[in-house]
Design a protein around this ligand. Structure first.
Ligand SMILES: C[S@@+](CC[C@H](N)C(=O)[O-])C[C@H]1O[C@@H](n2cnc3c(N)ncnc32)[C@H](O)[C@@H]1O
Length: 283
């Protein structure tokens, strides 16, 4: 399944990534300040993303919330969604808030984001990040996403950055444990979450589904489920400056619909962890 598998396991991990918080500082000003302290590289696919060598949590700018430490691949789902100032967005699995704060920044603190997570301890980290980044367009919710639709809220756009086995992080955590049973349990949970997400979405609204897992059962299979059961169709994703590959169409004896429009970001292709992203529209 893995293209250039040898390259994957020797993918570079020495660069860390940060996102400028334009709610507090201009991109060029931060670049100038950080360049005095660290080795900095600009991210080819996102003007507000930088790669940095060094201890990025030891700087005044970090404590002031001028930037947020965020994995480079994790910046992509909001870029696929393109949140707008007028949107009502539901971020169903939001903690610790990297993408919530990025979306708030893209909305220039206007519109509204419902940031939900089932885990109250992780929500504390989200509340901290929201405060530190100066985000004010956000309402925090603490519900099980599988039943969020029962609350009656509806979003124009929904981010489902689903809980997953996180096998895409294997390049940074080579000791991670893996079991097929866990993949299957996650896949079942993800299908329940995407079903709830579809019910929280207005007709014609956009749902971005993402994971940092490499497993087809957690990615293409969930999309296939949404297409066949939830009145959802897949849309093409346009990203510039990053190497993406198509989703996996066949896996064992299964064939997945929608895979050709979903994207996989492999760690050997860019300076990111592994990521899967799909953009769906409800009809
Ligand atoms: C991949 S993390 C989200 C990362 C977050 N979107 C960010 O960018 O910082 C997945 C999250 O899903 C949450 N989660 C797990 N099961 C859930 C459920 N049933 N309902 C809502 N959230 C859930 C976990 O607590 C975890 O915070």
């Amino acid at each position: 399944m893995i293209p250039d598998a040898e390259k994957l396991f020797s993918a570079s991990t020495e660069w860390k990534s940060i996102r400028v918080n334009t709610l507090k500082i201009g991109r060029d000003e931060l670049l100038e300040r950080l360049s005095e302290k660290f080795e900095v590289r600009e991210m080819p696919w996102y003007e507000n993303g930088f790669f940095i060598k060094g201890d990025i949590t030891k700087s005044l700018e970090y404590y002031l919330g001028y930037y947020h430490v965020q994995e480079a691949g994790s910046m992509l789902p909001p870029l696929v969604m393109l949140p707008d100032k007028n949107d009502c967005i539901i971020d169903i699995c939001a903690a610790p808030g990297s993408k919530t704060t990025q979306m708030a920044m893209m909305m220039e603190n206007e519109g509204i984001i419902f940031a939900n997570d089932v885990n109250s301890k992780r929500l504390r980290a989200l509340a901290h990040n929201i405060q530190k980044c100066g985000v004010v367009n956000c309402i925090i919710l603490n519900h099980d996403g599988r039943f969020l639709w029962k609350k009656g809220i509806k979003g124009d756009k929904i981010l489902l950055d689903a809980p997953c086995t996180a096998s895409g992080k294997i390049i940074k955590n080579k000791n991670m444990t893996w079991s097929y049973g866990r993949v299957i349990r996650m896949s079942k949970l993800q299908k329940r979450l995407i079903e709830s997400a579809s019910k929280c979405l207005i007709d014609g609204g956009t749902l971005v589904y993402s994971t940092c897992s490499l497993e087809p059962e957690e990615n293409e299979e969930v999309i296939d489920y949404a297409i066949k059961n939830l009145n959802m169709e897949v849309e093409k994703i346009e990203l510039v400056g990053i190497k993406t590959r198509r989703g996996i169409k066949r896996w064992g004896d299964k064939e997945y619909e929608g895979a050709e429009k979903a994207i996989r970001i492999w760690p050997q292709d860019n300076l990111t962890e592994g990521f899967f992203i799909c953009k769906l529209r409800k009809y």
